[in-house]
Design a protein around this ligand. Structure first.
Ligand code: ZN
Length: 52
């Protein structure tokens, strides 16, 4: 079960500016804010309900 918890903690996020989708662990964090390579800090969680 511990392995499943780790997967649930890994949110997939979509940049609100350029629309790229990335897992949060692959998104650069600057001062505690996720920062897309396009410079946006606005991300929308995609898999909160784990539909896939
Ligand atoms: Zn972006």
């Amino acid at each position: 079960m511990d392995n499943l918890v780790n997967l649930f903690e890994c949110l997939k996020l979509r940049c609100g500016y350029c629309g790229i989708e990335k897992y949060e662990i692959y998104i650069d964090s600057v001062d505690g804010n996720y920062t897309c390579k396009c410079g946006s800090h606005t991300f929308t969680p995609l898999n909160l309900d784990l539909g896939e």
